[in-house]
Design a protein around this ligand. Structure first.
Ligand code: ACO
Length: 354
């Protein structure tokens, strides 16, 4: 599916003055840094294995008692501060790790941000959550239901990863990123282009937390086989991620009418450095055009893309006017891609987005 083509005869799309336009960005990672050496001290692994297989050197973990909403509030605050106006009409929170199975975490985040009674809800698409959230926020704007939306993507992934499972514990980490979107025109800096989205539920077991939902209910007993933890078929996911991110990127470029040469920056979900390199190679995008922070923050799930955008804008790797291709892949399975032109947001209040 492609969301957000311009309105044309016989085809629904964004009305001319109701395109989603990014006007604020913010990122946040919790203060505790966990290096590969820290993991080597408690897992049968090595710094060399982690670096060469994943490209990760360090990451941030939440401490006991810190939840997804705490990360989301920090990123949301920073995005609202960087926006021209801190009022929004809705809050969309993309997360894999809600504070509770019920209710959604979005309303609590909106309340803590002092946003009054605006509609707030969660979007669940694992590591593709930010792009699904972008389409959802864009839809609210296009329909006229909202003129401004705060989209936050936050994951406390370490709260669902088995700390003793070396194949996942070295990859996943915690963080949050957020953007403010306003209604605007397709040719403005910050405008989000067509968003390509897809899913394949037949492959749902490749990335799953088997227990704790309505299929395997929570009981007083501890689930068998570590089923309360995140599980991933690493090799199969690797192949799927490369294929789906490459294919959806090509579709998003075609829908936007962009050539590969038009892409100044590739901002992929920071799944694994080898996946990112394979996607860039297949797309024929040279490494200098690829944004990456995985070495410092690991795989932060849904938060990965907006955190990358916030940190890259802050460091100057991403500059106003540059044309960006976004792509993600995650559990579900889900995947997606979109284009946007980076806006001039002025100085970035992201002092903690290391
Ligand atoms: N340290 C040392 N050895 C390890 C570790 C580790 N941390 N993890 C696994 N191994 C071992 C395995 O036990 C296996 O040993 P064996 O051959 O004796 O059985 C060996 O390394 C190879 O295991 P594979 O799983 O085949 O290793 P692979 O080279 O495929 O790397 C990895 C594993 C890093 C998980 C890889 O499959 C991968 O990157 N997959 C994609 C995962 C990913 O990026 N997921 C995120 C995308 S989806 C999302 O974001 C939700």
């Amino acid at each position: 599916m492609t969301v957000g083509l311009p309105e044309a005869a016989g085809r629904p799309g964004y009305p001319a003055d109701r395109h989603p336009v990014i006007c604020g960005v913010g990122g946040y990672v919790p203060p505790d840094v966990v290096t590969n050496a820290d993991l080597v001290a408690r897992l049968d692994t090595s710094d060399e294995w982690i670096r060469t297989r994943t490209g990760i050197a360090a990451r941030h973990f939440v401490g006991p008692g810190t939840a997804t909403s705490d990360l989301a509030v920090e990123a949301g605050l920073r995005a609202l501060k960087s926006a021209d106006d801190s009022q929004v009409d809705a809050v969309v929170l993309a997360t894999t790790t809600p504070d509770h199975p019920c209710p959604a975490t979005g309303p609590s985040v909106a309340a803590r941000l002092g946003l009054g009674g605006v509609p707030a809800f969660d979007v669940s698409a694992v590591c593709t959550g930010f792009l699904y959230g972008l389409a959802t926020a864009g839809g609210l704007i296009a329909s006229g239901a909202a003129a401004r939306v705060l989209l936050i993507a936050a994951d406390a992934f370490t709260t669902i990863v088995n700390p003793g499972d070396r194949s996942t514990a070295v990859i996943f980490a915690d963080g949050a990123g957020a953007v403010v979107l306003r209604a605007g025109r397709a040719d403005e800096p910050g405008a989000v282009g067509p968003i390509v989205l897809g899913s394949d539920g037949d492959q749902r077991e490749m990335i799953t937390v088997p227990a704790g939902g309505s299929r395997t209910r929570s009981t007083d007993e501890q689930p068998a086989h570590g089923d309360q933890y995140f599980q991933m078929a690493g090799r199969a996911i690797f192949r799927q991620a490369v294929e789906r991110m490459t294919e959806s990127s090509q579709q998003a470029l075609a829908a936007a009418g962009w050539q590969l040469a038009d892409v100044d920056r590739l901002a992929s979900h920071q799944a694994n450095a080898r996946i990112l390199a394979a996607v860039a190679e297949r797309l024929d995008i040279d490494p200098e055009r690829q944004l990456s922070n995985i070495e410092r923050v690991g795989n932060t799930g849904a938060a990965s893309i907006p955190l990358l955008l916030a940190q890259s804008a802050e460091s100057g790797d991403l500059r106003p006017g540059q044309r960006v291709l976004l792509t993600a892949f995650g559990g579900g399975l889900t995947w997606g891609a979109a284009t946007l032109t980076w806006p001039d947001l002025g100085p970035h209040p992201t002092p903690d987005a290391r």
